[in-house]
Design a binder for this molecule. Structure first.
Ligand SMILES: NC(=O)C1=CN([C@@H]2O[C@H](COP(=O)(O)OP(=O)(O)OC[C@H]3O[C@@H](n4cnc5c(N)ncnc54)[C@H](OP(=O)(O)O)[C@@H]3O)[C@@H](O)[C@H]2O)C=CC1
Ligand SMILES: O=C(O)CCC(=O)C(=O)O
Ligand SMILES: [Mg+2]
Length: 742
């Protein structure tokens, strides 16, 4: 290949973005001196906003649309992208990012919640593309391979994280609808030939509305559609609320409102309205007049109350207080600040929130700041049973033991927006009763559902090539790791039944001799895997996209304390590599701690792991021995970093993210100095390694001494580069050693 070796490292948001200010200078200094280029691309929420509204900005303010560029690169064989977690913005996050940018002199338009003019409609459409899970589906041109590397697993066994005990008497449980949900209504079709479909709503009174047209589908593509009845949802939520009160457990809603950006905010909104029903009944007209939209959380109502005269506001607040008294207690996101589970949809994201609850004895925080048993409300049954099965397992067997437990790595189907991911352009809140029909180019109705006004209807697609690639990846991983693999597919679910046919068709294309491969329903697979991890055995989970998301937080959080420590590889279907860091989020809590007390507890281990495999991939693709050597030595350095326990501490005054990076740099330099494959590099890094080692006490003192006071980084969504960089690189001694590499 002709192009010069290049790694594209993404600039994102919150804690990982802060960590980058400290880590990237090290990475660039090391790679540059070995002739490997590491460039950055800005895919932060603020960067994506700026890039999409050039017409509102001065020429100096405009920036390239790096996400679009990376999306294109991801389809090429040269692609080598290190992707850190980024914000998938809820509407409140989007609005506050816009506000911050406006305050920094960017003349961006407000987010028009109820657009009236054509211009407002087009602005809203642009912002809606930036909202929610807008980055990952663009880059994920491959399926996913997520696992805890052996060194990480061994570290966790040696230094087991805290794990809440489980009692057989725990009242915690998952509560879901028993009918009228997506699970109960799913229909699925595999297309015998390519076609173009439209989605029509045909009203009971003869009206007709085209919900979507011109949707091109490929031969062999699986489509499925399902609907959730709003009436069933509301009566379920009402019952769940009463039951939480009767049982004396916390009420806690777990959704993925960021990723499922159309359906889940609507469900979230219904939950808020049912929970605070007396307030909504009594003040319906007032709340409507001030533009309250609780699909953005209960916080939206509270914020809008500011528009009312003091007296009216006080009346509504009193009614809210009365409602709290009559209701079960809500799980809290922040008890000190009175922020409940229903305040902001992006505060409780199911993939991280359910494992956190399971790790904490099945409990969540109540308003007194104490842990309490909890009803986890997950309205749709499609995957909720997995969490209930783990909860039952823990009630029966006690908590898992990180010192001895096995591992559940994941092979996840996600390429080309497979399954529920990205389904939001085919998700609709139904305006009038009738039937929704998916109609092909010949006028044949492929799928049809009866719906009422307010129901949610959604469709998603899974192309055949990604399925073939996923089956292959599963077999490859099972072979390489000599581990049983389980396809988590439920033959009684329409979509999964189609996938089972494909798995059975494509498995014989591979050598599976001697491999243990099963197909099990998600609940059976959960029990099978839990039994095995308890005995210290590993089991690969081979899943669709949503379970990929759920399981790659669930098992890592139980096994190694956080999904940040996962190796997360996306072998791109056209030959490139996307190396995601960790599997989890961007830890807003960590930024808060950093700005308040100068301690960043973000663990960049995921970045170290991703960079090592990215270098390895670069070395292999471009036949570049230096890149291979950099990768090998980085891996060794990371292993040593774990052994010597240089992970950031959680509390101020001790080693944090930045000090941890110093140790990684020192170990990396030592490994480079020690190796014998490239004498030039060894000679270059020997003095660096010894300078870093001899100044250890001083450097650590400079890092740790910088902690303990508030830090100003000049913004949340778009920090000031100079300020953030200064705050993240406080050791002059270390900086000057690094500068010798330039
Ligand atoms: N791939 C991606 O781009 C993803 C992005 N997100 C985005 O991240 C944000 C927050 O998501 P949420 O699901 O609440 O998860 P968080 O980022 O809040 O993570 C949950 C918890 O996991 C622990 N944790 C996560 N990463 C690290 C790390 N590197 N080092 C140490 N601890 C870590 C922290 O626990 P503790 O507090 O105990 O230290 C943290 O509070 C949202 O904006 C969401 O859109 C979410 C998932 C994936
Ligand atoms: O894209 C998102 O919003 C979340 C991604 C995520 O949680 C994951 O891939 O595990
Ligand atoms: Mg996830």
């Amino acid at each position: 290949m002709s192009q010069s070796p290049k790694i594209l490292y993404t600039l994102t948001d919150e804690a990982p973005a802060l960590a980058t200010y400290s880590l990237l200078p090290i990475v660039q200094a090391f790679t540059k001196s070995a002739g490997v280029q590491v460039e950055t691309r800005d895919i932060s929420l603020s960067g994506r906003i700026i890039a999409n509204f050039p017409e509102f900005l001065t020429p100096e303010q405009r920036i390239n649309d790096d996400l679009a560029e990376l999306g294109q690169i991801a389809t090429t064989p040269e692609a080598n992208i290190v992707k850190l977690p980024n914000i998938s913005a809820s509407v409140p996050q989007l609005k506050s990012a816009i506000k911050e940018l406006q305050s920094k002199g960017y003349a961006l338009p407000d987010y028009p919640e109820e657009p009236k003019t054509e211009e407002e409609k087009s602005i809203k459409a642009k912002y809606d593309k930036i909202k929610g899970s807008a980055v990952n589906p663009v880059l994920r041109e491959g399926n996913s391979d997520r696992r805890a590397p052996l060194a990480v697993k061994n570290y966790a066994k040696k230094h087991p994280h805290s794990m809440g005990k489980w009692s057989a008497e725990s009242k915690s449980h998952v509560d879901s609808m028993s009918q009228g949900d997506f699970y109960g209504s799913e229909k699925s079709v595999t297309l015998p030939a390519a076609t173009t479909v439209s989605i029509e709503l045909i009203g009971n009174n003869g009206q007709k509305e085209t919900l979507k047209s011109g949707l091109k589908l490929q031969e062999g593509e699986v489509i499925d559609a399902s609907t959730l009845s709003v009436n069933e949802l509301k009566s379920f939520l009402k019952k769940a609320k009463a039951d939480a009160k009767a049982q004396g457990v916390l009420f806690s809603l777990h959704m993925k409102a960021t990723m499922m950006k159309v359906s889940d905010p609507i469900i979230f909104g219904h939950a808020v309205k049912v929970f605070f029903a007396p307030v909504f009944e009594k003040h319906a007209a007032t709340l409507e007049s001030i533009g309250v939209d609780v699909n953005n959380g209960f916080g939206d109502l509270l914020a809008n109350l500011e528009k009312l005269p003091a007296e009216k506001k006080a009346e509504i607040l009193a009614d809210i207080d009365a409602c709290y008294v009559d209701s079960p207690d809500l799980a809290m996101v922040n008890s000190d600040k009175g922020i409940t589970n229903l305040h902001v949809p992006s505060d409780v994201i199911i993939d991280a929130s359910m494992p956190a609850m399971i790790r904490t004895s099945g409990q969540m925080w109540n308003k007194a700041g104490k842990l309490q048993d909890t009803k986890a409300v997950i309205p749709d049954r499609s995957y909720a049973g997995v969490y209930q099965a783990v909860i039952e397992f823990c009630k029966k067997n006690g908590a898992f033991d990180p010192a001895t437990m096995g591992s559940v790595p994941n092979v996840g189907l996600m390429a080309q927006k497979a399954e529920e991911y990205g389904s939001h352009d085919k998700t609709f809140e139904i305006p009038f009763a009738g039937s929704v029909q998916v109609i092909d180019a010949n006028g044949a109705v492929l799928i049809s559902h009866e719906v009422e006004a307010g129901d949610i209807w959604r469709m998603c697609q899974t192309k055949d090539a990604p399925i073939q690639d996923w089956v292959k990846l599963a077999v490859t991983r099972a072979r390489l790791s000599e581990t049983p693999a389980v396809f988590w597919l439920d033959k009684n679910r329409a979509h999964d039944a189609e996938l089972i046919k494909k798995v059975e068709k494509y498995l014989p294309n591979h050598d599976t001799q001697g491999l243990e491969i099963h197909i099990m329903s998600p609940i059976d697979a959960t029990l099978f895997s839990c039994e095995r991890i308890k005995e210290g055995k590993d089991t690969i989970s081979v899943t669709g996209n949503v379970l990929r998301d759920y399981l790659t937080d669930l098992f890592p959080i139980l096994e190694v304390g956080t999904s940040a420590k996962m190796l997360s590889i996306v072998p791109l279907m056209n030959g490139g590599g996307l190396f995601e860091t960790g599997a989890g989020g961007s830890a807003p809590k960590h930024v808060e701690q950093f700005t308040q007390e100068g301690h960043l507890r973000w663990d960049s281990l995921g970045e170290f792991l991703a960079l090592a495999v990215s270098l390895e991939h670069l070395g292999q693709t471009f036949d570049n021995p230096t890149a291979l050597l950099l990768g090998e030595t980085l891996d060794k350095a990371t292993g040593r970093w774990l052994e010597e326990d240089k992970s950031p501490a959680r509390v101020v005054g001790k080693l944090d993210n930045r000090g941890g990076h110093y140790y990684l740099a020192m170990y990396w330099a030592e490994e480079l100095a020690k190796q014998t494959k490239d004498a030039g590099l060894a000679a270059k890094f020997a003095p660096i390694a010894s300078a870093m080692a001899s100044q250890e006490a001083k450097i650590v003192e400079e890092y740790n001494g910088s902690q303990g006071t508030p830090v100003d980084i000049g913004g949340y969504y778009r920090p000031d580069t100079a300020k953030a960089s200064k705050a993240m690189c406080p050791s002059e001694t270390f900086n000057s050693i690094l500068a010798q590499l330039a």
